[in-house]
Design a protein around this ligand. Structure first.
Ligand SMILES: N[C@@H](CCC[C@H](N)C(=O)O)C(=O)O
Length: 270
């Protein structure tokens, strides 16, 4: 059976979107099918596979699968992309919580909800101060841990361009300190309004941008008193504006785009 897909991206973090709001998929999505579709050599190719389904208390549900097929709770860039697909304003149910998008001058703005900061909500394997974990990996030390729907660890360094993230990223992602694994962010503070960020994503590796990584890093910088409560985060794929309001909610604003549409034969992937 042929299934339609939409290829989208947010700052080069790319997605295959399967819109099952009206027509269900031929069978339930599995990690194996998701990984096969995400494969850049033998599938369509993407960092994350997104499945949209009907919802009771929201406009629709967004299910998120990493490049490796694992289902996860949140994806900031995909939230902007599917918000755009829905016309700008949408209430989207995810396993990480309800997210709201609206069309804005800078593209799509998303209310990403409240960050979780306690060690067991990250989650970490042991009780620790999440503002400065007493751990380090080859020069990367004393990170901040933040959960913004998904788990992140943030290192502040003098020059994030020189960090060997392709080597340290997988080591940190799989460290037993992180029972659910972790997304790894290395950031450099430019000034009180500007950050530079590179991200090793759990289950996807190095990506051009990570929306939740930008949110987690902004919150980490604000908790440390390094920046103001609104910052521009420059990722390899471009900038996102992140605010952390007095109401404790995070707002992310940035672009999203559709690349192309197509169809594939479900039986080839299942
Ligand atoms: N690209 C995403 C994050 C996708 C999920 C992440 N890799 C995880 O495993 O939590 C974003 O834009 O936030």
């Amino acid at each position: 059976m042929r299934v339609e897909f939409i290829k989208m991206h947010g700052l080069g973090n790319d997605f295959v979107v399967l819109d099952a709001r009206e027509t269900p998929l031929p069978a339930a999505m599995t990690p194996q099918v998701a990984a096969a579709l995400a494969d850049r050599h033998t599938g369509i190719g993407c960092d994350q596979l997104i499945v949209l389904e009907p919802a009771k208390d929201a406009d629709f549900t967004m299910r998120i699968y990493n490049h490796d097929g694992g289902e996860v709770e949140a994806c900031g860039n995909a939230t902007r992309a599917v918000g755009m697909l829905a016309g700008g304003n949408a209430r989207i149910a995810t396993s990480g919580g309800l997210l709201e998008t609206r069309a804005s001058e800078g593209g799509i703005a998303v209310d990403m909800g409240e960050p979780r900061l306690d060690w067991d909500t990250i989650p970490l394997a042991y009780a620790m101060d999440t503002l400065s974990l007493p751990v380090g990996w080859d020069g990367l030390e004393h990170p901040v841990a933040v959960n913004v729907g998904n788990p992140h660890i943030v290192f502040f360094v003098e020059d994030n361009d020189v960090v060997q993230l392709d080597q340290l990223g997988p080591e940190i992602e799989h460290d037993p300190l992180f029972p659910d694994r972790i997304n790894v962010n290395v950031a450099t503070i430019e000034d009180r309004h500007t950050l530079r960020l590179r991200v090793w994503e759990r289950g996807a590796g190095l990506t051009r941008a990570c929306g939740t990584g930008a949110c987690a890093t902004a919150v980490a910088a604000m908790r440390r008193g390094l920046t103001e409560r609104e910052v521009t985060v420059h990722l390899p794929g471009g900038p996102l504006v992140i605010g952390w309001g007095e109401d404790n909610r995070i707002t992310m604003t940035g672009p999203a785009a559709e690349s192309f549409r197509g169809t594939f034969d479900w039986s080839e992937y299942s």
